[in-house]
Design a protein around this ligand. Structure first.
Ligand code: SAM
Length: 295
């Protein structure tokens, strides 16, 4: 069945209506579908989790090329249709769950105990960042993720220091992964048509992290402060974290970390943020308890 035939059949089944609040924009274009699945480099050796199967358009392509596939769908109205139309595939598991709460580690342990898995999804836009951050932060054994997201989010995830799209999200994702924008996707290839264009991003987990981050909470507090006031120099942007401190002490910490205090936060790479958080901690906090209280 082509994507359009699947969507027509789903609509004719009578029990499904598109729910905007669940980010339901279904893919209608075979070429984009091919490219999305190809970008993940999937083979029969791979266990794959798909987030948000919708009418099963991406799911079926995955089932034809991958090993075990788990699809996690929040909308109950889609479950009978997916069960019925994909029943012929022995490698298919379907969960009716919110992916943010689903015990993915259980499925991974059972279906791919040795090899890291892949994750694919045309993600619901309202919850893209929480989904990606959960997959990264929970430490699941995942080596590659390929996601369709809003183009603007793709650009932010892949952005390099000093560019206009470089943001706290770029740092948060690039701490874990190498990110590349694979290709752009026009809003015309979805039903219903979203207001914005999309892009496919590929995230590959680093074999070696780009920097050692001893205190992630403090690291991300500094990252957020640095990007929160983009027009300010770093010494000004960071001083609101320590309102009672002499500004010269903030400048000293920056200099000790090898960072010119008049630079702007958006120019720092991950290694520089890591150096800064190490020295910040040494200067202002004596132990973990203090850092947790004050960061
Ligand atoms: N994969 C299909 C396609 O490409 O045509 C549908 C993609 S649509 C953009 C996003 C899908 O994610 C919808 O089916 C929606 O119901 C589902 N979804 C939304 N929030 C979810 C969540 N928290 N957990 C799991 N699925 C979710």
């Amino acid at each position: 069945m082509t994507p359009m035939e699947k969507i027509r059949k789903l609509r004719e089944s009578g029990s499904f209506h598109f729910t905007k609040s669940l980010g339901q924009n279904f893919l209608t274009d075979d070429n984009i579908l091919e490219k999305l699945v190809r970008a993940a480099g999937i083979s029969r050796e791979d266990a794959v989790i798909e987030i948000g199967p919708g009418a099963g358009i991406v799911t079926e392509k995955l089932l034809q090329g991958a090993g075990p596939v788990l699809a996690v769908e929040i909308d109950k109205a889609l479950i009978p249709f997916l069960e019925e139309t994909l029943a012929e595939y022995p490698n298919f598991t379907l969960w009716h769950e919110d992916v943010l709460k689903a015990p993915l580690d259980k499925w991974i342990k059972e279906h791919s105990p040795e090899k890291p898995i892949k994750v694919v999804g045309n993600l619901p836009y309202y919850v893209t960042t929480p989904i990606i951050m959960k997959l990264l932060e929970d430490g699941f054994p995942i080596d590659t993720m390929v996601f369709m997201v809003q183009k603007e989010v793709a650009l932010r995830m892949a952005a390099k220091p000093g560019t206009k799209d470089y943001s706290a999200l770029s740092v948060a994702v690039q701490v874990y992964c190498q990110v590349e924008k694979a290709f752009d996707v026009s809003s015309h290839v979805f039903i219903p048509k979203p207001k914005v264009d999309s892009a496919v991003v590929r995230l590959r987990r680093h074999a070696e992290p780009p920097a050692q981050i001893d205190d992630p909470k403090l690291f991300f507090t500094l990252v957020k402060a640095a990007f929160g006031q983009r027009r300010k120099t770093l010494s000004n942007a960071l001083s609101h974290l320590r309102p009672k401190e002499e500004k010269s002490r903030i400048i000293d910490v920056l200099q000790a970390a090898g960072i010119d205090p008049v630079r702007r936060g958006e120019t720092l790479n991950i290694q520089e943020f890591a150096n800064l958080s190490l020295l910040w901690r040494k200067t202002f906090f004596h132990d973990t308890m203090d850092a947790d209280k004050n960061s």
